[in-house]
Design a protein around this ligand. Structure first.
Ligand code: SF4
Ligand code: ZN
Length: 737
């Protein structure tokens, strides 16, 4: 760091520490030393102080010591300010500033509990922009991406761009490279985050553009996040400051972009960040320091033009990023996966209960299809009016020397995240319950249905080039075509489901895991046995086996089930051990066959959700397409929102449609005979299977004894009906034990 910057940094650190001492003194008088001091919902206290000094600050009184350490770290005022011999004092000053700022930010939580709005998304419309410290749930979910490489690093942006359009350009360039952008500080009252909002960019953890806070002190949220990752994923002990900082230098590829005039306090923070090995790249003329020392390359690089700042930053930090190349008019990559398409931005919607949308991948012979051919039959987006609902059929045909029909469902399940990666496009669900929303920011750039085909073609080749050589996609939008296509697809889904029909859980020693949904529900792990298909309905035991064959390090791993701990409820030692690891210590056991006792975890894409109806001594279930009320008092969407986050919720469990007619369905609670209510449409869809299973269970007319919405949607009228038809659940032992 040049002498001038070093001097500014030291001066800034003095200011920051003195200010913090003032705020601390006032808070102590106001609240007393026993006042709780914390960032909400974290086990890492004030993480910079905790990780580097090993001091767990829990109260205002506890903050005294780190603040004293900060004061002591400030280098003595040097007489000749231009002759600092080495970086050391500047780095110490930067560290002192960060300790002090962390205490200042923690006191802010006491002074103004509503200042920050922690969560995955920003609620900008209601003025809730600043997120403050990430809680541990978000830190685990997002932090792991830095460790496994899904996110190569983060850019800490300090200040503001000259205008909203420039801010947008820089942010999107980082998104395309899958980096996170952490935002703090303001430039004369203007912030980068507010500029993004003004330019119509969605901010929040889910788009990787994270507004931490409007002051420079919010920089501690970014650096604290990095240190928590080092403790959580690197297993480094609090207080081992050398290892924490080295971990960051070597593993977390981060850097600072200073936008606008760099004042003394910013310089102090930049100096602090150098301790982490995070360099600063600025757009203004601040003295540079280029020779390498602590950072991998330069420490401070100045006067970088805005259209080069992303490229330059990535270079300086020594970071290799890949931009996924897909031939479509919008940006593409995992940073866009979590985007929402809000009502006002919605241009065209397909599926989601309002029109039919179906996806099918089928294998073809090599000479039957033409690689790269994409056909839209019917209306495309330019012919649509704003707000229009289209039916949609996505028919993907693939061929390849290594391709097998067993691989079809695995390829089909990829469509979900592959389409979601496109900016301005949202995809939910699978099979015949797909749901796609196209937003104005995609349609205005010329995105059409053809591009959905393009994405599938390009990404299938990229990700599955080892098994396929040709991909052809047909998209249907005429209602009759979609109807016909859906019929065909349903027959194929049924065939796939039935492949496990004859198999029993007792017959195999290996189950398979699925962790595909962890990007949405971080602690969620499906373990799939022959008689317990994946709750999304898209993966059964065979599918997982095939998926493991294609990609031995992928999301479907063999799980040795091991010793059976409970044959009735369905619990195995090997499964528990696997789930504990794969959920990152969040879930240590669950039961395959019970809704009452520690049921499996549920994620948001389940086909159905079952709920106990205590007064009926039974269970109801509802599928995604049914939008009406249910006897448990919640609609499907409310149920999914309540239990779909990857937790085990006794009394509720997600499952696939097909699972209802599998022999082990809720076997631990009395099985299918417990089912007292389900939507009529679902009953019809499963009619044949329900009839068969009823016969096996000695109640051939079971299907007629199960109530539906025509009977009622409250427990009382369901119970009345059950009594009338003498439903078997009424004479079973009490469901709640
Ligand atoms: Fe895999 Fe389960 Fe998600 Fe289906 S619901 S994709 S089986 S993790
Ligand atoms: Zn899911």
């Amino acid at each position: 760091m040049s002498k001038l910057v070093a001097f500014a940094a030291i001066q800034g650190a003095y200011n920051i520490v003195s200010k913090a001492e003032g705020i601390y003194k006032r808070a102590l008088e106001q609240y007393g030393p026993d006042q709780k001091l914390e960032f909400p919902n974290t086990a890492y206290y004030l993480p910079i102080i905790y990780s580097l000094l090993g001091i767990p600050v829990k109260t205002l009184g506890d903050a005294k010591k780190p603040l004293e350490i900060a004061r002591k770290l400030l280098p003595p005022h040097v007489k000749n300010r231009y002759h600092l011999p080495y970086l050391g004092p500047t780095l110490d000053a930067g560290m002192a500033a960060l300790f002090a700022e962390e205490i200042v930010e923690a006191i802010r939580y006491v002074d103004d509990p509503d200042f920050y709005h922690p969560g995955e998304e920003c609620d900008v419309e209601n003025g809730k922009l600043w997120l403050g410290a990430a809680d541990d749930v978000i830190m685990r979910k997002r932090g792991v991406e830095f460790v496994d490489g899904t996110a190569p690093g983060f850019a800490a942006i300090v200040g503001a761009a000259p205008d909203p359009e420039t801010a947008k350009m820089i942010a999107e360039e980082y998104q395309r490279r899958n980096l996170y952008v952490f935002m703090c500080a303001n430039q004369a009252g203007t912030t980068f985050a507010e500029q993004l909002v003004e330019a119509g960019v969605q901010v929040g953890w889910n788009t990787r553009l994270v507004p931490f806070g409007p002051d420079i002190s919010a920089a501690v949220f970014a650096l604290g996040f990095a240190n928590r990752a080092a403790m959580a994923f690197g297993g480094i002990k609090p207080g081992d400051y050398r290892k924490i900082l080295l971990y960051n230098k070597n593993r977390i590829f981060a850097f600072v972009n200073a936008l606008g005039e760099v004042n003394a306090e910013w310089a102090a923070n930049a100096a602090g960040a150098i301790n982490w090995g995070f360099p600063t790249i600025a757009d203004t003329d601040i003295p540079e320091i280029l020779p390498t020392g602590i950072c991998t390359y330069e420490h401070v690089v100045a006067q970088v033009p805005h259209d080069q700042i992303v490229q330059k930053s990535v270079e300086v930090r020594g970071l290799k990023t890949v931009v996924t190349k897909v031939d479509i008019p919008v940006s593409y990559g995992p940073a866009f996966e979590g985007e929402r398409i809000r009502k006002d931005d919605l241009v065209v919607e397909m599926g989601g209960g309002k029109s039919q949308a179906t996806e099918l991948v089928e294998m073809a012979d090599m000479d039957e299809i033409e690689d790269g051919k994409i056909t839209v039959i019917g209306k495309d987006i330019p012919d649509c009016e704003k707000g229009e609902r289209l039916p949609l059929g996505i028919y993907v045909r693939v061929a390849g020397r290594k391709m097998q029909p067993d691989f079809e469902p695995i390829l089909e399940r990829q469509i979900h995240h592959l389409i979601n990666y496109a900016q301005g496009v949202m995809h939910i669900g699978q099979r015949d319950i797909a749901w796609i929303r196209l937003g104005a920011n995609a349609v205005d750039k010329g995105f059409t249905l053809k591009h959905i085909g393009q994405i599938i073609h390009d990404m299938f080749h990229k990700d599955f080039g080892s098994i396929l050589d040709k991909v052809e996609v047909t998209l249907y939008t005429n209602a009759e075509d979609v109807e016909r296509f859906t019929e065909k697809a349903r027959a194929i889904y049924k065939m796939r489901d039935e492949r496990v029909e004859g198999m029993r859980d007792e017959d195999v020693e290996i189950y398979y895991s699925c962790t595909l949904c962890q990007s949405f529900a971080p602690s969620h792990v499906c373990v799939i046995s022959p008689e317990r298909t994946g709750l999304c309905g898209a993966y059964n035991w065979f599918d997982c086996k095939a998926s493991y064959e294609i990609n031995p390090t992928g999301p479907n791993q063999p799980v040795e089930k091991g010793e059976c701990l409970d044959p009735k409820l369905g619990q195995w030692k090997g499964v528990n051990e696997f789930v504990y690891k794969a959920s990152r210590q969040k879930i240590d056991h669950y039961n395959f066959y019970s809704i009452v006792y520690d049921p499996m975890t549920t994620c948001g894409c389940c086909e159905c959700i079952a709920a106990v109806l205590p007064s009926c001594n039974g269970v109801m279930t509802v599928h995604r397409d049914y939008t009406g009320d249910t006897p448990c008092g919640m609609k499907f969407t409310t149920l999914a929102g309540t239990i779909g986050g990857g937790v085990s919720s006794p009394g509720f469990v997600g499952h696939s449609k097909y699972n209802i007619i599998q022999r082990k369905f809720l076997a631990g609670d009395g099985g299918l005979l417990r089912l007292v209510w389900m939507p009529k449409a679902l009953k019809e869809e499963l009619r044949e299977g329900l009839r068969k299973r009823g016969e096996e269970l000695g109640v051939p007319d079971l299907i007629d004894k199960i109530a539906d919405e025509t009977v009622g949607t409250d427990e009382a009228s369901v119970l009345e009906f059950l009594k009338k038809v003498n439903h078997p659940a009424l004479s079973m032992e009490p469901i709640m034990g």
